[in-house]
Every structure is written in structure tokens, then in C-alpha cells.
Ligand binder design. Structure first.
Ligand code: BES
Ligand code: ZN
Length: 582
């Protein structure tokens, strides 16, 4: 229901709710626009209903009809990140509960924030152009005029209700290969075999998730591997997860991202956050499920190890934002805040830490999964707030409310900075990483000869990532140390993106000039925000190379994804209002 006020959406103030969305697109690769028609089936929530507001951004609206009759429409003033409200006046009144079909013909802008248009040269195959969308959080409005709020769920395509942010489109020279009874991987043919190998555990993950959370209701679960500029690790578009090619490490070591996106099939796509202020309900529960899948497929120790890594990511986000920044609240106010600017590890890792803390208080993983499963069942196909979640937690654990009442809810949810309780995770798998990190931190020049290639030979790639993360939390190492590290471990030759990313940051932090070009190359060869923004930021903070970072950014800007380009521009203090493409 649109009765909740979503601070990121004009349409949530309108007293109606979209039930169905019927979309047809004509893809114009020459002009970089979608020529489109959308028919929205809208239900009035009050009597004498005769006008509605839709969210749009940079759309050219040609014509609007209501049940086939011409309807008047006007665009309101453009807001910095909410876009432009489209006010439609119906040629008749509706009573509460009545439906109207509002049909709009329109065209998207070449700069639409949900879309990236790639030239053939920007693809692996080099012959066909490529288009993909990314709607979460509030970019759907740049490709469909709609009620662009996760509080509204409608049918689209198949008869399954979904919020607008899960609408997706891809156009390109795609091939596919079967990887399981209900799964295929899709990509340009150059990646398809590698992807089939990397994601071969998909069916096991789906089954594990079903054991934990209940049946998978979406039928097919496919994975699309996008070109390198895709801004996220993964995006849980229903039936077809979008994934970055940086997951293709060759050893399945980054497959937790797939476990994560699979988990969204329950927490996110079935049970959805009502507004982006409650984003932690999507991501915190999803990380919790992702790690439960890791626990089943690997071990409890592995879950504890990953949880510890997550705590460090949270610490880094809190440091970046500042410990008093209200955006580090688990439930932030997004009044006049662009959700893309608020995005960080906080909803993921503070959310996970809260759920893990509750798990410990309520009696362990099995007991707590009972709650999570029941929460999913109860709220399936709807959108929920933190308050509804919390009320249900108290109902489910009605025999343990005494313990729940001792939780400092205000500190967890509405206070910035690190959580009030630090969980004690098992360190078995982390011990080797901690020890090696400390050896490097404490080493004097004369000790450097003691480091050997064999130090890292017994570490898994997960542990190598953890080792580098630990070093990144310390004061920068002396330049002599990182040079020695390269000499003995040869980290420059590692192509695993999570390893390379941390290693290059470490080098730049230690002011190793040779690493600058490599860091900027990684920042532009792929466009995953998690890597690209910190790499640019790191080089920018290396005084001597600030200008170089800006120069390289400007040179690549037109080829970058619009959202990534905007956020990197802000990080480098370059004018971020400038449009990206033409
Ligand atoms: N839904 C998110 C990605 C997202 C969030 C896109 C907000 C746009 C706005 C996705 O499920 C996600 O969390 N991806 C992570 C995976 C990781 C936590 C395992 C990523 O992209 O790195
Ligand atoms: Zn997620």
C-alpha cells in the first residue's frame, strides 16, 4: 500500500496503488533511448479519486490515456535525486477500490540513470552493442513512469507481484548454458564456460536455501554475467540474478555473492523493505541467510570467519562516514537523502550483527532460523517496516520477551557508529591471517628477510583476503615492506578481484608510485562500485597523484555507468551534475 510515506518517491503521497504493469520497449541503439508504452493498472484507495502522481526522471512523455480516454498531464519541478513528479488528471472520478488503466507513451533519455548503453568495443565480443538496466534503489523511474517505491508491489510479466526496483532489461549478444535443473548462466559467449564453472554450485545453494527458508517460489533461477562496468557484485532481479564478471575468479571462491543473491529470493523479493530506510531488512537478513548457506556447505567456523570479516567492513564504513554520521544508523532517515549516497556496509553488517546477537540470545542458529523462516512465511509477497519486523520478533519469542527487553534497541537501530555489543566470533580460521598481519606490522627493516613465499601458500583465498583486510586497518606499511611483500608473494600477479583490489589499495596507501597506474587500471577496467570508488579515492588521497586520478576519471567518464560515474565524481570533488554520455 502506498499509505506509507516513502521519502524517496513522489508517488507514495498519491492515494492509489499500482496492481499491474504492462511494459513494451523499442530499443534504439542509435539514439540510446527506449521508446516505450506502459499500461499501469491502478486501484484507487479513496473516493473521488481523480488525479495521481507518478515518479519519473528525464522521461519525455508523449501521451497519457485513462481507460482509453485522453488524460491531462503535467510535469512538476525536477528534484536533485527524486526526479520529476508527473501529475496526471483523470477525465473521470474513481471510487475507492475501482481500477483504471493508465497508458503512457514515452521515451527515455540517453542519460537515463537506470541504463548503461555499451558500444560494441565495450563488450567482450566487440561486434554487438549491449544494454543493461539497474533499477535499485530509485532508478526505475528513469525507464518507466511508475510508483517507484518498494512499498508498492504489482504484477509484471509473470503473475508475480514485484516492486519496481526489481524490473530489469538486458539486450546483447547473449548465449546460455545449463548449470542445473532450474538454472542457466547467460553472458556473451566469451564468458559463458568460465561462468558455468564458477557458478556450478548454484543448485546446491538453492536446495540449501530451501531447507533453511522454505520453497523457492520463482521457478527458474538463472544468472546473467554482465560486462565489466556493471556497478554491483550482484543484483537479485527475479529469476535472473545480474552479476559482475569480477566474480569469475576461476576457483569458485567468490560464489558467496551468488549465495547472497539466491537468499534475496526470500528476503528482498518475497519479503521486501517498505522504504529504503528499512533497507537493512533486505540486506541484513540476506547476509544472515548467505552465511547460513556457507555454514551448511562449508562449516560453522567458516561462517564465524566471514562474520568477523563483515564486522571489519562495518568498521571501515563507520570510519569513512564518521562515527557520528546519522547515515551509519541501522534505520537512517532518508529525508532529502539520495539512497545511492547512503549506500554502505552498514545495513548489511550492522544488520547481520544485530541478527547474530539475537541468535545468541534466543538460543543459537537453529532456533533463530525458525524465526526467520516464520517471518518470511508471514510477510511473503508484502513490504515491511522495521517496526513490523520487531513486533513479530516479540510475538514469535513470546516466552523470551524478558531477554528481548534487555536489548538496547535504540542503540542498535537509531544511534550512529558501531553497535553497542561486539560479538565474539570464533577465530580458528582467522588466526593465521592475524598472525601474519602482525608479523608484517611489527617487522623492522632487518626482519624483512624472514618473509617467505611459503607464508601464504597454506592460506586459502578467503584467508588471503582477510590478511590484506587486516593490514588495511593498520597504519600504512613502510614502502620497503610492501616492496618486499611483492617480492616474496608476487601479489601483482593475482587476478582474483577481491585480492587485487585490497593489495593495490595497500600499495597506494604506502605511497608506492608503481602501483598508481595499476590501481587506476583496475578502477577503469571494471566498474564495480565496491572496487572502483575506493581505488579512485585512494589514488586521489595520494597527494602527488590527485590530479592524475581526476584526469583518468574524466577520460573514462563517458564510458562509465551513470551511477558509478556520479558517485566517483563526488568522491573526487569533480562536478557531479554533469551528464555522463554525450
Ligand atoms: N541488491 C544489492 C545490490 C544493490 C543494493 C544495488 C542497493 C543497488 C542498490 C545486492 O543484493 C547486493 O547486496 N550485492 C552485494 C553482494 C554482497 C553483499 C555479497 C554486492 O554487490 O557486492
Ligand atoms: Zn543484497
Amino acid at each position: 500500500m502506498a499509505s506509507v510515506l516513502d521519502p524517496c518517491s513522489f508517488s507514495s503521497f498519491t492515494k492509489c496503488v499500482t496492481k499491474h504493469l504492462n511494459l513494451s520497449y523499442n530499443v534504439d541503439f542509435e539514439r540510446h533511448v527506449l521508446k516505450a508504452k506502459v499500461a499501469l493498472t491502478v486501484e484507487a484507495l479513496e473516493d473521488h479519486f481523480s488525479s495521481l502522481t507518478l515518479d519519473t526522471r528525464d522521461l519525455k512523455i508523449f501521451n497519457v490515456t485513462a481507460n482509453g480516454q485522453e488524460a491531462k498531464f503535467a510535469m512538476g519541478p525536477k528534484h536533485s535525486f527524486m526526479g520529476t513528479p508527473l501529475e496526471i488528471t483523470l477525465p473521470f472520478d474513481l471510487s475507492r477500490g475501482q481500477h483504471v488503466i493508465v497508458e503512457l507513451s514515452y521515451e527515455t533519455a540517453p542519460t537515463a540513470s537506470a541504463l548503461q548503453w555499451l558500444t560494441p568495443e565495450q563488450t567482450a565480443g566487440k561486434t554487438h552493442p549491449y544494454l543493461f538496466s539497474q533499477c535499485q534503489a530509485n532508478h526505475c523511474r528513469s525507464m518507466v513512469p511508475c510508483q517507484d517505491s518498494p512499498s508498492v508491489k504489482h504484477t509484471y510479466y509473470a503473475q508475480v507481484p514485484m516492486p519496481s526496483y526489481l524490473i530489469a532489461i538486458v539486450v546483447g549478444a547473449l548465449e546460455s548454458r545449463e548449470i542445473g535443473p532450474r538454472s542457466r548462466v547467460w553472458s556473451e559467449k566469451e564468458y559463458v564456460d568460465k561462468a558455468a564453472f564458477e557458478f556450478s554450485e548454484t543448485e546446491t545453494m538453492l536446495k540449501t536455501a530451501e531447507d533453511l527458508a522454505g520453497p523457492y517460489v520463482w521457478g527458474q533461477y538463472d544468472i546473467l554475467v554482465l560486462p565489466p562496468s556493471f556497478p554491483y557484485g550482484g543484483m537479485e532481479n527475479p529469476c535472473l540474478t545480474f552479476a559482475t564478471p569480477t566474480l569469475l575468479a576461476g576457483d569458485r571462491s567468490l560464489s558467496n555473492v551468488i549465495a547472497h543473491e539466491i537468499s534475496h529470493s526470500w528476503t528482498g523479493n518475497l519479503v521486501t523493505n517498505k522504504t529504503w530506510e528499512h533497507f537493512w531488512l533486505n540486506e541484513g537478513h540476506t547476509v544472515y541467510l548467505e552465511r547460513m548457506i556457507g555454514r551448511s556447505m562449508e562449516s560453522e567456523q567458516f561462517r564465524q570467519f566471514k562474520a568477523m570479516g563483515g564486522w571489519k567492513d562495518l568498521q571501515e564504513s563507520v570510519n569513512t562516514f564518521g562515527a557520528n554520521n546519522p547515515l551509519t544508523n541501522l534505520v537512517p532517515s532518508l529525508h532529502e537523502v539520495d539512497p545511492d549516497d547512503a549506500f554502505s556496509s552498514v545495513p548489511y553488517e550492522k544488520g547481520f550483527a544485530l541478527l547474530y546477537h539475537l541468535e545468541e540470545l534466543m538460543g543459537g542458529p537453529e532456533v533463530f532460523m525458525g524465526f526467520v523462516k516464520s517471518y518470511i512465511q508471514l510477510f511473503a509477497y508484502s513490504s515491511v517496516t522495521t517496526e513490523e519486523w520487531k513486533n513479530y520478533l516479540f510475538t514469535y519469542f513470546k516466552d523470551k520477551v524478558d531477554i528481548l527487553n534487555k536489548v538496547d534497541w535504540n542503540a542498535w537501530m537509531h544511534t550512529p557508529g558501531m553497535p553497542p555489543v561486539k560479538p565474539q566470533y570464533d577465530t580458528t580460521l582467522a588466526d593465521a591471517c592475524i598472525a601474519l598481519c602482525q608479523r608484517w606490522v611489527n617487522a623492522k627493516e632487518g626482519d624483512l628477510g624472514g618473509f617467505k613465499e611459503s607464508d601464504v601458500k597454506t592460506l586459502s583465498s578467503h584467508q588471503l583476503i582477510e590478511f590484506l583486510s587486516l593490514l588495511l586497518q593498520e597504519e600504512p606499511l613502510p614502502l620497503s615492506h610492501v616492496k618486499k611483500m611483492q617480492e616474496v608473494y608476487d601479489l601483482n600477479s593475482f587476478m582474483n578481484a577481491e585480492i587485487r583490489f585490497r593489495w593495490l589499495r595497500l600499495c597506494v596507501k604506502s605511497k608506492w608510485e608503481d602501483a598508481v597506474a595499476m590501481a587506476l587500471k583496475m578502477a577503469t577496467d571494471q566498474g564495480r562500485m565496491k572496487f572502483t570508488r575506493p581505488l579512485f579515492r585512494e589514488v586521489y588521497n595520494f597527494d602527488k597523484y590527485s590530479e592524475e586520478a581526476v584526469r583518468v576519471f574524466k577520460a573514462h567518464r563517458a564510458a562509465m555507468h551513470p551511477v558509478t560515474a556520479g558517485l566517483v565524481a563526488k568522491a573526487l570533488k569533480v562536478d557531479s551534475t554533469q551528464t555522463t554520455s554525450f
